[in-house]
Write a protein that binds this ligand. Structure first.
Ligand code: MN
Length: 242
């Protein structure tokens, strides 16, 4: 059997082909035949609340609910773009929310699942902002704003983020190996799957004398990207745009 993982789709009305690819893939025989389907954050470019009445959230919910109704458990972990996604939408979308840092047994191997942003500890400025915006008080303050104001706020946050990522050193936006090893030791695992950095790869290293693996999911910009884990194999694969 196969377990499937995706992350960093950054679904957005500006890139309709990616949304279509997402819908097609969730309806494919491969997805419908999986043991389980995991979405590890940044499914959308911006999430402004579960009460968003736009078309995109409705299309996402229809796709994930369809997969769930076909008998495949769908798990969702928030990323830094969609951390306002909550239980109300998850329920509508047939998804089970996972805390960042959950360990699930994947095809026989205990596996640590993360979005990946907390591992980027060299980016001190980002970690400080992250801490601030993940408080219940901050989230409540945003969610109490009218939808139109939240849309404007999200657009501003995206343009701020773009100008920031353009000016800081690439290496500080990757994970810190020490943070990776600490997280894996703490979770008592030898396999980690995460997204966020948009640097798809399977990294092999040694952890406490044992072989360990960090698998990084790819983004969905020029094409789709899926991780397939089977009992004896790990494969990152691209998906062509329709
Ligand atoms: Mn991210």
């Amino acid at each position: 059997m196969t377990t499937l993982f995706i992350a960093d789709l950054h679904l957005d009305d500006a890139r309709p082909g990616i949304t279509t690819l997402f819908e097609q893939y969730l309806g494919s025989d491969e997805a419908r035949g999986a043991n389980a389907f995991y979405i590890l954050g940044d499914l959308v470019e911006a999430w402004i609340g579960d009460d968003d009445d736009a078309q995109l959230p409705a299309r996402i919910a229809a796709a994930t609910k369809g997969l769930r109704d076909a008998g495949v458990p769908v798990y969702f972990m928030v990323g830094n773009r969609d951390f306002l996604l909550g239980e109300a939408f998850a329920e509508r979308a047939g998804m089970t929310l996972l805390e960042d840092g959950t360990v699930h047994e994947i095809e026989g191997v205990p596996t640590l699942l993360m979005h990946g942003d907390v591992l980027c500890t060299d980016d001190v400025e980002y970690q400080a902002v992250r801490k601030q915006v993940r408080t219940d008080a901050w989230k409540q303050q945003i969610l109490s704003m009218p939808l139109a104001a939240r849309r404007a706020f999200a657009a501003q946050a995206r343009s701020d983020s773009k100008s920031r990522t353009g000016r800081i050193d690439e290496t500080i936006m990757d994970v810190n190996q020490g943070a990776v090893e600490d997280a894996m030791r703490h979770a008592r695992v030898t396999r980690l799957v995460h997204g966020h950095t948009h640097r798809p790869a399977v990294h092999e290293f040694t952890l406490g004398g044992a072989p360990a693996q960090r698998i990084v999911l790819g983004d969905w910009y020029d094409h789709g990207s899926v991780l397939r884990i089977e009992p004896a194999s790990v494969e990152l694969r691209g998906l062509k745009l329709p």
